[in-house]
Design a protein around this ligand. Structure first.
Ligand code: SAM
Length: 228
């Protein structure tokens, strides 16, 4: 019997235009700005928040889903969940402690007697913003653990905004401040993360094979072609 040999997988190099686009996006990612969603469980809201995070340059979003299943996405995301990492935590306390250990100042978007206008905050400093569940808002535990509470002033009949709208308003203020401080002008990710993620975005299937085999990712040439 003739033994059939499997041919090695054909490596299709990422096209240079796409590679430079991926680099452009990574060049602007802001590892010190993030969001924690606390039981935001409607897929279209989570998707809209992730899409805003991508637009603002957020690298990683954190999520706690105590009452809900694992987060799912709707078409509202436009695929942005592929470009923003989602780090899920088992509970609120673990998530907030993790963020504090990473040196983030933690803000809860939450109505309380001590709430500050969201425009008073300096978002050029490491900032994590908690957004609460559609119906109940931020939990008491999260409100207590947060360093500050912030609100978008509401001057009409309705007491709150949709959670994804509130996230957009606050995150684009953070983007405005960071643009003014030129924080998008230089790469902010550390070199190891930058090159790892660039490879994973450009070559997801090969990255998966390398991970399964415990092999390092191949190095890339100037136009993103695999060198080895
Ligand atoms: N009844 C809830 C409450 O009292 O918090 C309303 C929840 S609201 C629909 C969902 C989340 O959106 C809130 O937990 C908060 O994080 C955010 N949010 C909505 N409107 C906001 C505003 N005006 N200022 C700050 N955050 C807001």
């Amino acid at each position: 019997m003739i033994a059939l040999r499997r041919s090695p997988p054909i490596i299709e190099n990422v096209i240079p235009r796409r590679y430079h686009r991926l680099k452009q996006v990574l060049d602007r990612r802001q590892p010190d700005l993030t969001v924690l969603t606390e039981d935001v469980h409607k897929p279209h809201n989570l998707s809209a928040i992730i899409r805003t995070c991508d637009a603002v340059g957020i690298f990683e979003v954190h999520s706690v889903n105590v009452t809900a299943e694992l987060p799912t996405f709707s078409q509202v995301s436009q695929g942005s969940e592929k470009w923003v990492f989602l780090n899920t935590h088992p509970d609120t306390k673990t998530a907030i402690n993790y963020l504090k250990q990473q040196n983030f100042k933690v803000y809860a978007a939450h109505f309380s007697s001590q709430s500050l206008d969201y425009r008073q905050i300096d978002y050029t400093q490491p900032s994590a913003i908690i957004f609460g569940a559609e119906k109940w808002g931020v939990t008491q535990e999260a409100a207590q653990l947060a360093d500050e509470h912030i609100i978008i002033p509401m001057l009409g009949m309705v007491q709150s905004l949709n959670v994804s709208v509130a996230a957009a308003v606050i995150l684009f203020e953070a983007q405005r401040q960071r643009l003014a401080a030129q924080l998008y002008d230089n790469v902010r990710l550390d070199s190891e993360t930058y090159h790892r993620v660039l490879f994973e975005w450009g070559y997801p299937e090969i990255a998966e094979i390398c991970r399964q085999k415990g092999k390092p990712y191949p190095t890339l040439g100037d136009d993103g072609q695999i060198k080895e």
